[in-house]
Structure formats: structure tokens, C-alpha cells
Design a binder for this molecule. Structure first.
Ligand code: GLU
Length: 515
């Protein structure tokens, strides 16, 4: 089969947000199109009018954009094969249905829902082994049709299944599969109001939009058989199909709301880096290489082949996703982190500081990049840098009270820092210090040129002071950290002193010592 210009599509129904499975389907179609130098389009399957909303559509588009999945044709883009909303294509479906009716490949069905149900019950009682539509309207005479019309009955248009046979179908992921078409019934293509059902609209659009490859969830595998027969009836070439296995939870069960967020935008709003989420979703059914889990979008595109999507269900594990987010977080520059984390940082960082103390904030953030996975995790760790007084947590209070000599150490250390050449404290201008020093201070890094004491130089002074006191450095660190930050966690103590600067560090030590 020749596919000169690969054209792939993602065809969401705007009846809810973009969830994990949808995001993966979109991504695989996108990557395959990009890998083959083809076109990726979005088609909006909005025929379920009761459940389709513009709000859902906007959420889906925003979710795709957030993941970096762009489309060449579709909503907001247009294109030569539109319209890209199914409800704007009703005439195309009507024309195709007319053609099939004229050729006897489709027929009007006048059965009511109750009659169809009764037919199914009767077949069940007889244990026929087939429980689809019983074909009552398949061979109506013109007079019988007219009689139904006269009763005011409205017709569904059904596809007339060709003679039952064994079909050998090839799926790019599942391989060769034998399908007996006798298990398929005469399915409804169009409702009386002219609105098509999924299988029909999908095929008419795949033909009209010249789709060459269809990558979609396994739940459509059976639909694929019906669709193949319709392509055949219309004399059109069927695209290559690839049905991806379900995403499972980490216990191998069906993924539920408890296992994963159902809306991709929830991940955005929780501060997940989109590059990491993209990377992680790509791995739910596809592998980059045996020894590498981290890759960029571009690297995925270069390596992607539909045939390499796995046959077995992949497991979603939020812990692994978070681990991956952490890996990405460490790769960004501090400047990128400040920018991406800004909506969260704004909750603790005074508004003007982003402009006046950019380098300082980057040094602050650099101290935490190793310890966080999400952009939303920085703000809760840096509040101690701001504010007149330090709020002590329980651990800090304990550390402060541990040694009766503590207050004297703190007072002495305040004197040491007062005499040192420390950078000024926020909100004073400390750009000369922060531009020169990259934090967190690395033990073996050569001392950078700085007009102020660097964290390494602060360490030298501090150790000299503890030696002078004749106390263990380890014992000294705890009350000092408590006094400066109000917690027992955080970056290296000398980074803390450097970041706080002289006035604040000295004032906090004296306050904790009770002056
Ligand atoms: N609207 C269908 C869905 O969201 C599309 C299936 C297909 O790709 O054919 O499941």
C-alpha cells in the first residue's frame, strides 16, 4: 500500500477534558506525523450534541498546547480539508448515505427502540449466539416502507453488512487478526435527524481528510472492522490502523480517577513541568531506547515508529512521573525555574522582587532544585527569606532549646557576621553579590570573584568561630539554622547566611538569643 503523504488525526469528542489516554493518543499520532514528515490534524467529533460543549473543547485544546502538541489543520488553524467539526459536515454525511442507499448498501430502518429490544430478547431466548440488530427492515418492499412512512415513523439509515466472511485484518500494533464478520450487525449510520453516528462520520471524514494512518485506543478495535467494511463499500482505501492498549494503574487494573488526574490541565495547575509529563506519557506504551528514559519532543519525533508501540497495557505510576519531573527540574537553569514557578512564587515573594532581585531569586531557587519535582513546591520552602520575624516550627524550637549555651553562641556568631563582609539583605541592592556567586555553593568549586564573602568564605569564618568556642560544629549548626530559618531543613547553612545577608542574619541571631 502506498501512502505518499502521511496524514494523521486526533479526533476527540468535546464531551469532557483531555485525559491521559487521549493525550497519549494525540501524542502518538502527532509524533508519527512529524516522524514521517506528514500532516497532523485535529477533527472535533461533536455529534453527541447533548454532551459536547465549547468549554470542553477549549480545555482539550489548552491541554494539547500545554503538552506542546501542535496541529497543522483543525480548530483555530483551518485547512484545505475542513470543516473540522463534524456538526458542520452534515451535508457530506447525507450525500454519502444517499449514495449507499442508491447502491443498496444501506437501507432505512423503521424499528422503534422497543422493537429492537424485543428482537434482541427473542434472539436471547432462542440462544442464537448473535444479539445485534435482527435485520427486520433489511428487505422491506417499497410498499412496506411506504406504510411505515405513512404511520409517521422516522427512519434510521443502517449499513447493510455484506455477506458474512472471514476477514484478515492487519493492525500495525496487534499484527494479523482474523475476524468473522457474521458477528457484526447492520449498524446505524445516520439518525432520523440527519446526525451521523461515530463509525459512519469517522469513515466519511477519514476519506474526506485523506487520513493514511489511524492510531487510537483499543476500545475502537471492533469498530475498526465495521469501518473497514464501509471503506470497502465506498470503494475507498482504508487507512492503516494501530490500536493502542489501555493504560492500567500500577497494580495492572483499569485506571481510575484515584490513580491519575482525569484532566491534563490539573497537572499544569499542580505545577508539573509539561516537558516531563510529555516524556512520561510517551513512555506509556512506547520505548525510546533500552537505556534511556529521558528525551525531548524532538528526540521522540526522530525515533518514533508506530510499529514500535507495545502490545501489552502500560502502567501509570504517579511516583515515577514525579521522579521524572524531579529529573527535569534539575536540568533547567535557575532562571527558567523562576520563570516557570512564578505563579506559585508570587504567593510568597513580594511582587517587585522579580525585577529588582532577579539574580538573588535565582540563587535562592538554585538551592532547592535538587529537592523539588514540581514548580509548586518551591514557594512553601522559601517563605523564611521574607518577613520581619521568623516563625519557628516545632523542630526549630527544640533545636534552639537544646543547649543552655545556645543563646551565647548565637550572640557571638551575630558579632562574627557583623564583622564579616556579607552581602546586604533584601530589600537592599545585592546584585553585585548574587550575580557573582552561583548557588548552591559547591564544595570543590573555585572561589568566584565576589565583592562580598562567598558561602565558602563564610564557612571558613564559621568554623574558626566554633573552634574558638571549643564546640562541635554539628551541635552549633542546629540552633543557628533554627534562628535563621525557623526550620530544621533547607539549603546548606552558609548558603542560608549568604542569601539572608548581613542585616537580616544578624538581627535573627540576636532575636533568637533574646538579644
Ligand atoms: N471520537 C473518538 C474518540 O474520542 C475518535 C476515535 C477515533 O480516533 O476513531 O474515541
Amino acid at each position: 500500500m502506498i501512502h505518499p503523504t502521511p496524514r494523521l488525526r486526533f479526533a476527540p469528542s468535546p464531551t469532557g477534558p483531555l485525559h491521559l489516554g487521549g493525550a497519549r493518543t494525540a501524542m502518538y499520532n502527532w509524533a508519527a506525523a512529524r516522524a514521517m514528515g506528514g500532516t497532523f490534524l485535529l477533527r472535533i467529533e461533536d455529534t453527541d450534541q447533548a454532551r459536547s460543549t465549547d468549554a470542553s473543547l477549549q480545555i482539550i485544546l489548552a491541554g494539547l498546547r500545554w503538552l506542546g502538541i501542535d496541529w497543522d489543520e483543525g480548530p483555530e488553524k483551518g485547512g484545505d480539508f475542513g470543516p473540522y467539526f463534524q456538526m458542520q459536515r452534515l451535508e457530506l454525511y447525507a450525500a454519502a448515505a444517499q449514495r449507499l442507499l442508491a447502491e443498496g448498501k444501506a437501507y432505512p430502518c423503521y424499528c422503534t427502540t422497543e422493537e429492537i429490544e424485543a428482537g434482541r430478547e427473542a434472539m436471547k431466548a432462542e440462544k442464537t449466539g448473535f444479539y445485534g440488530y435482527n435485520g427486520r427492515c433489511r428487505n422491506l418492499t417499497a410498499a412496506e416502507r411506504a406504510a411505515f412512512e405513512q404511520q409517521g415513523r422516522k427512519a434510521n439509515i443502517r449499513f447493510r453488512m455484506p455477506e458474512a466472511r472471514v476477514m484478515n485484518v492487519h493492525d500495525l500494533i496487534l499484527g494479523d487478526v482474523e475476524v468473522n464478520t457474521k458477528e457484526l450487525d447492520d449498524w446505524v449510520m445516520i439518525r432520523p435527524d440527519g446526525v451521523p453516528l461515530y463509525n459512519f462520520a469517522c469513515v466519511i471524514d477519514d476519506i474526506g481528510m485523506k487520513i493514511t494512518h489511524v492510531v487510537r485506543g483499543n476500545e475502537h478495535f471492533q469498530n475498526g472492522h465495521k469501518q473497514r467494511l464501509l471503506f470497502e463499500a465506498l470503494g475507498a482505501e482504508c487507512p492503516l490502523y494501530a490500536h493502542i492498549p489501555l493504560i492500567l494503574n500500577k497494580d495492572g487494573k483499569k485506571l481510575s480517577k484515584r490513580d491519575a488526574d482525569t484532566n491534563m490541565l490539573d497537572y499544569r495547575d499542580k505545577g508539573f513541568p509539561p516537558e516531563a509529563v510529555f516524556n512520561y506519557i510517551a513512555l506509556l506504551g512506547w520505548g525510546f531506547s533500552g537505556d534511556r528514559d529521558l528525551f525531548t519532543r524532538q528526540e521522540m519525533v526522530e525515533a518514533f515508529k508506530i510499529e514500535n508501540i507495545g502490545k501489552s497495557g502500560s502502567k501509570f505510576d504517579e511516583e515515577k512521573l514525579r521522579w521524572m519531573c524531579g529529573e527535569y527540574m534539575r536540568r533547567w537553569t535557575p532562571a527558567q525555574c523562576v520563570q516557570q514557578a512564578r505563579p506559585w512564587l508570587e504567593q510568597v515573594v513580594p511582587a517587585g522582587a522579580f525585577a529588582t532581585h532577579g539574580a538573588w531569586l535565582q540563587n535562592v531557587i538554585a538551592c532547592f532544585q535538587e529537592r523539588v519535582a514540581l514548580y509548586s513546591e518551591f514557594d512553601s520552602k522559601i517563605g523564611w527569606l521574607f518577613g520581619e520575624t521568623v516563625v519557628m516550627d516545632e523542630a526549630a524550637q527544640k533545636n534552639l532549646a537544646k543547649d543552655p549555651a545556645g543563646p551565647a553562641w548565637l550572640r557571638g556568631y551575630a558579632d562574627v557576621l557583623e564583622g564579616a563582609n556579607l552581602p546586604p539583605s533584601y530589600p537592599r541592592d545585592r546584585s553585585a553579590a548574587d550575580r557573582a556567586v552561583g548557588l548552591p555553593s559547591k564544595k570543590d568549586a573555585p572561589a568566584p570573584a565576589c565583592a562580598f564573602d562567598t558561602p565558602a568564605q563564610i564557612e571558613v569564618r564559621t568554623r574558626a568561630f566554633t573552634e574558638q568556642l571549643g564546640i562541635k560544629f554539628g551541635n552549633f549548626v542546629h540552633p543557628v539554622r533554627a534562628a535563621l530559618t525557623g526550620t530544621d531543613k533547607g539549603p546548606g547553612l552558609f548558603d542560608v547566611v549568604f542569601l539572608l545577608g548581613k542585616e537580616t542574619a544578624v538581627a535573627r541571631l540576636r532575636a533568637a538569643a533574646g538579644r
